[in-house]
Design a protein around this ligand. Structure first.
Ligand SMILES: *Cc1c(COP(=O)(O)O)cnc(C)c1O
Length: 453
């Protein structure tokens, strides 16, 4: 059989999401209220997220039906193709076969609309009229702009000021899809006014933008906040990726030896890998590998601990691998991989040795991205290049060992809006960053006095 590309029919699209909480050998520790150290009361989250999503966050059912309206929207671009990277294989001279699940075909150009569509739908169902969110590089903001437009909701995106100024195209995508996109900090919120009074020239930060978006959401009854990664329900919505991939590999009569993806907050990786982690829990021999930047080594060097999801300490304490909520990222081009924490689900599975992690430095990741662009054509997002670099390592090992292997790669998005990073690489301006150990230790002191895991 031809195996360069496997495309599923619309009626082969998965009808249910897979919830790994039903199969995890160790259940998740609950999110804690930082004031009391007790598990958070779900009702308390109701001001921030609609209750139907809060319930989904805690659901233990193995399979959760994808609502028909969500399915219809996902069908705009899904099922996404599974493709074979034969050009790359040939360039590497490897006996390994490399397949990639191409999430770059969505309207926003990444996997993020998989959850944006579902979140817009559930908010609409709950009677919410307007959403707020923050965005750094602009990928989540643009995905949610597309999704809210599909369901007739308003959206206000707080975009970190420096990105707002440096990345006009993502902002224009959001505006084209009808969203309001403002440079954060703004004068529209308490937090924003306070920061601007003290630091009028601040470039802004993700932490400030999150605080603004949450404040805006909780201060009006028909508005809620939306988050594009980390949470259980975001990982859940992304599992269409892995469920489709399993069907596609089955059509080739193949099963991967290793499944590789990049991790920022963990959602695209969770989406591709969790159906395979399930197989692994049930005894199947498959390796699951998460690739992160050496500049933000959450899984490879951050401890598993209770920490806040944001700098302003507005979130509950989450059980996760973390570099500390006051982690200061290096100016890395893979903006989506700069988060200090990691999805609690991914973190727990790493802790239980069902998932392995590796760190890739910036120059190796761009070199991998260049090789990919020149052999396969598609230009990958800077985040995606980390997964590619890790897959290339696996393919080289296969060559050295003279072994056939099947590698499945999560191709989380295209890099057509991120060409500035490629420009810097081509001009030789990029450098590697290793996050200093003493900075990790210093950040972790910020957790002294909070409950331990
Ligand atoms: C946002 C983003 C990521 C990182 O987010 P996860 O939640 O870890 O998936 C990775 N790749 C692309 C293309 C992104 O836009």
């Amino acid at each position: 059989m031809q195996d360069l590309k496997v495309v599923l029919r619309d009626d082969e699209m998965p009808r249910q999401w897979y919830n790994i909480q039903a199969d995890m050998p160790t259940p998740l520790s609950p999110p804690l209220n930082p004031a009391t150290g007790e598990p958070i009361d779900p009702e308390a989250l109701g001001a921030v997220f609609p209750m139907n999503l809060v319930e989904q966050e805690m659901a233990q059912d193995r399979w959760i039906d994808i609502p028909e309206e969500v399915l219809q929207k996902l069908l705009i671009w899904r099922p996404s193709p599974l493709q074979r990277a034969r050009g790359l294989e040939q360039a590497l001279g490897t006996p390994a076969r490399i397949f990639y699940k191409n999430e770059g075909v969505s309207p926003a150009g990444s996997h993020k609309p998989n959850s944006a569509i579902a979140q817009a739908y559930y908010n609409k169902q709950f009677g919410i009229k307007r959403l707020t969110t923050e965005t750094g590089a602009g990928q989540w903001g643009s995905a949610l702009s597309f999704a809210t437009q599909q369901f007739g909701l308003e959206l206000k995106v707080y975009m970190v000021r420096v990105s707002f100024e440096q990345k006009p195209f993502r902002k224009l995508m959001m505006q084209t899809w009808g969203a309001q996109c403002v440079p954060s900090p703004t004068l529209d919120t308490e937090v924003g006014r306070r920061v601007l009074a003290e630091f009028p020239d601040t470039p802004g930060s993700l932490g400030i933008a999150i605080s603004e978006a949450i404040e805006d959401a909780v201060s009006s009854p028909d508005t809620r906040y939306s988050l594009g990664s980390v949470l259980n329900f975001v990982c859940l919505h992304q599992t269409v990726i892995g469920l489709e991939a399993q069907k596609q590999m089955e059509k080739l009569n193949l099963y991967p030896d290793v499944v590789v993806g990049c991790v920022g907050g963990g959602s695209n990786f969770a989406g591709l890998s969790f159906p395979y982690v399930r197989d692994r829990i049930h005894g199947r021999n498959v390796r699951i590998l998460a690739a992160e930047p050496t500049a933000c080594p959450t899984l490879t060097r951050g401890p598993y601990a209770y920490d806040f999801g944001d700098l302003a300490k507005t979130t509950p304490l989450l059980p996760m691998h973390t570099l500390g909520h006051d982690f200061v990222p290096a100016p890395l081009h893979a903006g989506g991989l700069r988060y200090h924490g990691m999805a609690p689900l991914v973190s727990r599975l790493v802790k239980d040795e069902l998932i392995e992690a590796t760190a890739v430095n910036q120059l190796d990741s761009y070199a991998a991205g260049m090789l990919w662009a020149r052999t396969e054509g598609f230009i990958p997002a800077p985040e995606t290049t980390h997964a590619i670099a890790a897959a290339i390592e696996e393919a080289k090992k296969a060559r050295e060992e003279g072994r056939e292997r099947v590698i499945l790669l999560g191709w989380s998005g295209h890099g057509l809006m991120d060409l500035k990073g490629y420009e810097a690489y081509l001009k030789g301006e990029l450098t590697n960053y290793e996050y200093p150990q003493e900075m990790i230790e210093k950040s972790l002191h910020a957790l002294d006095g909070y409950p331990k895991l």
